[in-house]
Design a protein around this ligand. Structure first.
Ligand SMILES: *Cc1c(COP(=O)(O)O)cnc(C)c1O
Length: 463
């Protein structure tokens, strides 16, 4: 007899000991076919606990079917496993939704590598231990126009490693307009302190000049650090030096120019992206080392990409923190597959982030029109609406993405939004006064059918 059988029979005895009106026995409920299905999804222990709770909660005399039903709703109310969500927000890089979605082909190829043994650290020519970064770094160098590259676990790790390896015990000059918080606890002053470097902030919140950086230099200064204002924008009386000018000022004094570019952009700039956000732009302007995330506009896995001078990258590789912050094979495989698609002509479209950014309002309009018609066929009232999407949190707040979508009309928009989110698959929409809107841009190809079924179910129709 296994320990779980012991648990079940003990609880059966306890529940069965009262006289008169009886409660259903836990064991009998667990033996039901509909409960066996729950076990397959949630595991035995979770179902056992839910059934016990349901038995205790319900009145004596409740049926086994009622207990099973209550247990099922307790289980679905629990935090669930990671699962897919349809992104109806029009926000391309949505941190709450896992940032960049991976292309099916990219995920499949990376999955194949990860499902078996791989040449992660095998030098196939010599049969000896190789470096897990070799394959990827040449691609990254090529795409970013840099001498050397290194990949770590995420963007924050890249900044931490570089500051610890290059600036520990020294001063780093940062503009007051760039001593920022990204969210999730990533604050530039904190990362600097943690790395053992000392922050010297210069200029003012809205304006910082090259001369401010120059005036702050002393015998202990190691670097200027430039940081992308990823999640806020300032307008009006604002200025900051050109990157090239700052590079010259740093190099004249034998200092480094480091840049935390945040999102990072690999391909040619598109309608909503600026040429100066490209990684190659920063390198060409004279940045010695830059850092960006792998899962923002780059469109790959969670990773911190470091590009720049060979001697500096070598120092980072040798630093003990590099081992603590290293990426795993799945991250590397996804990033490598993604970078290959940037490098091979005609394959950019396999990177979902890139494809979504290229979609025109006209394309989104006709897709949305199809949804309106299909929903009308189900008896669900929806209308075509123009919407405005965004690149998303942690990339750059400025540009809006003119878009189209549908508005599912409902007198209780809050309730409909929650129902959509609790559906299968869950849909994250935009609450409006007259209902819930779904922006078509980030609904992936192949999700149309599931979206329509989910909307119909949330509106009370369907099976
Ligand atoms: C997003 C971001 C980071 C953090 O990168 P993660 O990959 O999320 O760790 C750091 N700096 C800037 C400017 C960012 O935009």
């Amino acid at each position: 007899m296994s320990s779980r059988d012991v648990n079940v029979s003990r609880s059966m005895r306890l529940k069965g000991s009262g006289a008169g009106l009886r409660r259903p026995a836990v064991g009998a409920v667990l033996a039901r076919r509909d409960v066996a299905v729950l076990v397959e999804e949630h595991g035995h222990q979770a179902v056992l606990e839910a059934v016990r709770t349901a038995v205790a909660e319900l009145e004596t005399g409740a049926s086994e079917a009622q207990v099973a039903g209550r247990a099922a709703s307790l289980l679905t109310a629990q935090p669930r496993r990671l699962h897919r969500v349809i992104n109806g927000t029009g926000i391309v890089i949505h941190t709450n939704l896992g940032r960049a979605p991976l292309g099916a082909e990219i995920a499949a190829r990376a999955g194949q590598v990860a499902a078996g043994y791989s040449n992660l650290e095998l030098d196939e020519r010599g049969g000896r231990r190789g470096d897990r970064q070799d394959l990827l770094s040449s691609l990254l160098c090529q795409l970013g126009g840099a001498e050397a590259a290194l990949v770590v676990n995420n963007g924050a790790a890249a900044v931490l490693l570089a500051l610890a390896a290059l600036c520990r015990g020294h001063e780093v000059v940062v503009s007051r307009g760039e001593a920022i918080e990204i969210g999730g606890g990533f604050r530039i002053p904190d990362i600097l302190r943690l790395s053992g470097a000392r922050l010297v902030d210069v200029g003012t919140t809205n304006r910082t000049r090259t001369s401010d950086y120059q005036a702050a230099c002393g015998p202990r200064t190691a670097a200027f650090l430039r940081v992308h204002q990823s999640n806020f924008s300032m307008s009006g009386f604002v200025s900051r030096p050109e990157l090239g000018e700052l590079a010259t000022a740093a190099h004249e004094r034998g200092l480094l120019l480091l840049e935390d570019v945040g999102s990072g952009l690999v391909p040619p700039a598109g309608p909503a992206t600026a040429a100066e956000d490209r990684l190659s732009h920063s390198i060409a302007a004279g940045v010695d080392l830059l850092f960006c995330s792998g899962d923002k506009l780059v469109g790959g896995s969670q990773a911190g990409i470091i590009l720049g001078r060979t001697d500096l990258v070598a120092r980072l590789r040798r630093h003990p923190l590099a081992r603590a912050l290293r990426p795993d094979k799945l991250q590397l495989a996804v990033l490598e597959e993604t970078m290959l698609r940037y490098a091979i002509p005609g394959r950019l479209g396999e990177i979902p982030v890139w494809r979504m950014l290229q979609l025109t309002a006209q394309e989104l309009r006709s897709r949305s029109q199809g949804w309106v018609e299909a929903l009308a066929g189900f008896g669900v009232g929806a209308v075509l609406v123009p919407l405005e999407g965004a690149l998303g949190g942690g990339t750059t707040p400025g540009p809006k993405l003119p878009s189209f979508g549908i508005l599912v009309e409902d007198a209780h928009p809050g309730r409909l939004r929650r129902r959509l989110l609790a559906g299968a698959p869950p849909v994250l929409g935009l609450e409006r006064q007259e209902g819930v809107a779904v922006d078509a841009r980030c609904v992936l190809p192949g999700e149309d059918e599931a979206l329509l079924v989910a909307i119909r179910a949330a509106c009370g129709g369907g099976d």
